[in-house]
Design a binder for this molecule. Sequence first.
Ligand code: CUO
Length: 691
Amino acid sequence: MSKHNPQDLLLLFEHPQEPVFVPKGDKAGDNGFVFAVPDTYLSDQYRPLGALLTTRFGEDAEQIPVKKISIPPLGEILDIKRDENFSLFLEKHRHIAGKLIEIFMGMRNTQDLLSMACYCRDRVNPYLFNYAFSVALLNRKDTKNLSVPSFARLFPDKYVDSKVFTRAREEAKIVPDGSRAPLVIPKDFTASEREEEQRLSYFREDLGANLHHWHWHLVYPLNGERAIVAKNRRGELFYYMHQQIIARYNFERLCNKLKRVERLEDFNQPIKEAYFPKLDSVVASRAYPARVANQKMQNIDRAVDRVRLDVDELKRWSNRILDAIQKGTVMNEKGQTIELGENDGIDTLGNIIESSVLSPNRNYYGDLHNMGHVVLAYIHDPDHRYLETFGVMGDVATAMRDPVFYRWHAYIDDILQQHKATLPRYTIDQLNYSGITVKDVKVQSQGSSSNVFNTFWQQSDVDLSRGMDFQEKGAVFIRFTHLQHQPFTYKITVNNANPTTKLGTCRIFLAPKFDEGGSTWSFRNQRLMFIELDKFTVTLKQGANTFTRASTESTVTIPFERTFRDLDTRRPGANTAELDQFNFCGCGWPQHLLIPKGTAEGMAGELFVMISNYDDDKVDQNIDGVCSDAGSFCGIKDKLYPDRRSMGYPFDRLPREGVNNLQQFLTPNMRVANVTINFKDKTFKPKEAFV
Ligand code: CUO
């Protein structure tokens, strides 16, 4: 019998539909591991067979002993059926997830946790299990070093065209492991070119973008124990991360000759954009329904989901929030007034609007953002008369696929921007860094002239077999096509006229140079178009300094391998050097979407570089050894947000008096380079380099 190893917990994520007693972690030529669960843990269906099963399935596998503990009653946790889909936007589901997280968090040690999880795994809804178990692993002190596996590998049905599964099963059955060819999934499978929104499908349906969004909401849950929810500046990060998604989406729209997204402000207007997801479910009994064109939001009354809401209620909540923004104060549940401060007001508002349990008054300000998702997700069957489940907007794993996601979030962002518009403008002093001048900014892509980004299509392979229940084991790869850019470096020259060495924060942003009409931007509009590319600390000695930075080092992105990381490898033990390499988090914008698509003719962009005064940026904490490489979008696990400034600084506020365009905004510690994004409409093979 092997000793208990906390890594074993991760095996419970695999093959979510197969019972717990079927061996896990199996690779070709390896017999895997089997959980030796007490007979009483087996679900009703299998209990009569008891020990027979473990012998039958696990004979050659390494046994993982599972201790018998007294099991707390699961009660309403079982109210979400095994074959239902699961939504964090539904209060009922959130509440139940909170209960299960509490149970997992309450286990005294990892052995008890393993035991409890084994008991729950075949009884609880698989999505709910995955979510609650992941949140617990991320937040328990004794499991913090474990990395939860990529959701796409466990539930591939939420990410790829359903047609692929039948083919994958066939492939697994007929072709032996090792000689299986990757299954190619088409780049465009949800609509034809007649639908202009389809030009953006590569962005909306990108696996990495959707995984990032799912992971973000996993790291920042909105329900559960306060200690888990109340992460540093989480309301503000809800605002900023989603604002950046909208800015990126708008940038991509301009690349595709489409106007910026229209916020969904009028709840009585038909929604012209449709969405047909074509995702099947391999777990839930129903696929995601489609949302046809020109539907209107309707009052929801669905007893099964314990949700009843009038569309007018959304308006009421939003009016109360706008009213609070005008006043500069909100009212808590006790009727006391809380000021929306210059720096932390946005955090309070983010929590109110989302809304999380940190909202100071959920009764009054309601549940605006979440219920918007819900109303849109049930638009095809608001009163459950057709017994249909929710559409993609109801699920954080799939919501970004639907064009209405961006319309809804543009609306949410606009409310938050109204608060930002009430704040004092940054003065020159708050922007400048005395004695520091940025002299030159260049971007170098290999083999290209300066200040050019090259984008193209690239294919990549991901093994999705862990999420599918095959009799025959081994890898089944799918090959999908995504946007990619050629790696590049920034070269920045800075002069320090101070008599001493200085520290600064280098902030790099990119925006389109022209608006959709081909005109130059007013600062008020362009500031919302800037996407953050990178942010890092620099040491500036007296005089001239030149430093370079690679695109792959970006603090908004994580590398491809991490987005899709697997759990094939048993991780090294705690406190080993190797663990550091494994010890990463899966939250982060995908590196392959760092640079927007651009155009074949070359799209003009403005690359903005600023060196701010580190004394005003720094956060005193030690972040050695923690995953921090996508800190800008995801924060740092269990630490303070790594930048003291308001998120989005210096573009998060309206400009000072007299500033109408970007040039007028600049202080000597800032510089703008004109860049071009060239798109080449060619698909490169996996790992094939752009030349
Ligand atoms: Cu991320 Cu609406 O918050 O989907």
